[in-house]
Design a protein around this ligand. Structure first.
Ligand SMILES: [Fe+2]
Ligand SMILES: [Fe+2]
Length: 291
């Protein structure tokens, strides 16, 4: 099998004068859709690293992130939740940024201790729960839970100066290839991908009380964000944010997402074996490759 990583870096995207998205695209070319794996950097008076990327691309993630902000200048490391694609380089960032405070929660800390034991520095932490704020010098940052999420610790981050809302895993969508603006996608493709991705993240939304759930969507809409950035999709702006919120309101009325099963797994394995055989030249025994 090909051992090359099925993930590549895209150019960081500047979404506001002092806000960047560090973008990676995973799975491109392996199927009909690929998925962004993003983090963010705010280069304000007190620079913030928002989520710490996956460990699988550590060297390039650190290089890219620290090409945007000098590690000595970083004052805050904000974790939106404790999933590994958001915490993969946390210890390296803590080491590289000695003046940074880790913004997390008690529950996140408890869950991460399974990986890090007692090496997480309590004295460098601030526990910030949903609705609470951080004064980052030239702006206030507000923790706001998004309307879909795959970890109970999730809080997005709203920047009151730039109007950028980091929605963590929420409000993203798969893409067929590198895309910076969903307006470049077929609207039906975006709609289907957006809804499917939220249902995978938050399967309980199919039995949520729609009236109560609407309040969670209203809360994000009422932020009046200029840009919504996401760990797993292109940034949204203007009407795109309103469209995304309309789609979010559909989720309680939809059936659960249909996950791939053994038939799909067999097809993927057969495709990989065939590709490996073609690369190795005629006469390769697919059974030997698969073993
Ligand atoms: Fe997650
Ligand atoms: Fe994620």
């Amino acid at each position: 099998m090909n051992q090359e990583l099925p993930i590549r870096f895209c150019e960081p995207e500047q979404v506001a004068p002092d806000t960047w998205v560090v973008r990676q695209l995973a799975g491109e070319g392996l199927g009909p859709v690929a998925t962004y794996v993003n983090s963010s950097v705010i280069t304000g008076a007190e620079p913030v690293i928002v989520d710490c990327g996956p460990a699988i691309t550590r060297d390039e993630w650190l290089e890219t992130t620290f090409s945007i902000v000098d590690p000595a200048d970083v004052r805050w490391i904000y974790l939106s939740h404790d999933d590994v694609d958001h915490t993969g380089n946390l210890m390296q960032v803590l080491d590289a940024c000695p003046d940074a405070t880790l913004v997390t929660t008690a529950f996140m800390m408890e869950r991460m201790s399974a990986d890090y034991g007692l090496s997480l520095p309590l004295h460098r932490m601030r526990w910030v729960n949903d609705g609470e704020r951080i004064d980052a010098g030239d702006r206030e940052l507000v923790a706001v839970t998004p309307p879909s999420y795959d970890s109970p610790t999730t809080r997005g981050l709203f920047d009151t100066k730039s109007g950028v809302y980091w929605a963590s895993d929420s409000m993203g969508s798969p893409v067929p290839h590198e895309v910076s603006n969903i307006s470049d996608l077929d609207p039906g493709f975006w709609r289907e991908g957006f809804l499917g991705q939220q249902l995978l993240l938050s399967p309980w939304l199919t039995w949520a009380d729609s009236t109560r759930y609407d309040r969670a969507v209203d809360r994000v809409l009422d932020l009046g964000a200029n840009v919504v950035t996401s760990a797993h999709g292109p940034a949204l702006r203007g009407w795109q944010i309103e469209s995304a919120c309309r789609l979010l309101r559909e989720l309680p009325f939809l059936p659960p997402a249909k996950l791939p099963g053994q038939v799909e797994l067999d097809a993927i394995v057969a495709m990989l074996v065939e590709a490996e055989g073609a690369a190795a030249g005629a006469g390769t025994d697919p059974g030997q490759v698969a073993a």
